[in-house]
Design a protein around this ligand. Sequence first.
Ligand code: CP3
Length: 350
Amino acid sequence: MMAPMNSTNIHQSPFVRACWGQPVPYPPVWFMRQAGRSLPEYRQVRADLPMLESCRRPELVTEITLQPVRRHRVDAAILFSDIVVPLAAAGIDLDIVPGVGPVVADPVRDAAAVAALPRLDPDQVGYVADAVALLLPELKDTPLIGFAGAPFTLASYLVEGGPSRHHERTKALMYGAPQVWHALCARLAEITLTFLRVQVGAGVAAVQLFDSWAGALSEADYREYVLPHSTAVLGGLAGAGVPRIHFGVGTGHLLPAMAQAGADVVGVDWRTPLSEAATAVGPDRAVQGNLDPAVLFAPWPAIEAQVRRIVAEGASAPGHVFNLGHGVLPATDPDILTRVVALVHEVSAG
Ligand code: CP3
């Protein structure tokens, strides 16, 4: 008999169990940015469709989300979408430019621009709920991760007008007009929470809040300018019954604060060993990570040694979800990713 497709199976999946710090037969593994990027079958179905348009087509989102699950046998799927999807859906004029990233037509740099920011109506992202509904029966026992951008990272794109190395305009607003900054982040927290609630309502098994660029701040500034807003998002999902993963890059010094924001799982990049991260986030939280995505370009024996080290270091946390320390780089050989999944499963069994 076929296993029933119900949420009981998802809750007992190695991924969800590891997120809650429950015993698992092996560390579950998935890869940030596994959907798209390095897969030829992704490039084929995307063809000439613009990124944002692709995110609005539930059948296409379903296919792209499933591709890495089929190919690599990862333990979780992540919804194909982008952190700027809810901003565009709310009516902010922006685009995702190939090879560049999100570009905002009218950067948000003063009180008037912040006051003019729209709210997100759940119906404006109905296509995301539709995609989740299509995905659940296809995924069967494989959990689906929903996600959103955290207020600081979204604010950086809105204030800079696009990707930024130093976040100088963002910091100028943050330090120069703290009230405007807090109003901006409060609005972004609302949009993000609405977006995540739509995904949870549609049935995702976990959510990840991406604060990719939060590592640009000192701990004191993170606590003052960012933590209250990320806490509003994660705290707003406290009773939702799904694990909350909170991730950033270069955040070794921020791990305790990011855990405090209300994370069940804290994402760790490759600069901090997982054993150290586990101590930093405290005994009640799992960790996720942390293979350097650039290591995947090294010869296999070097990759294998690092994977084994990370599995061993992750064992010191109550729960460990194996992942990269940041997203899959576009030129990564997909076969190497498949091999890493098999190795993680095998190392722990052995
Ligand atoms: O993880 C997954 O596979 C799910 C899909 C996903 C995308 N973006 C698809 C995407 C996720 C989780 C994201 C999150 C995202 N988007 C983040 C946080 C994660 C991180 O990497 O730090 C950020 C900062 C963005 C903003 C963004 N969108 C960037 C920097 C880029 C890359 C620009 C480029 O072309 O290199 C995008 C575009 C984007 N998002 C692509 C994909 C598959 C590439 C679009 C394309 O193929 O044309």
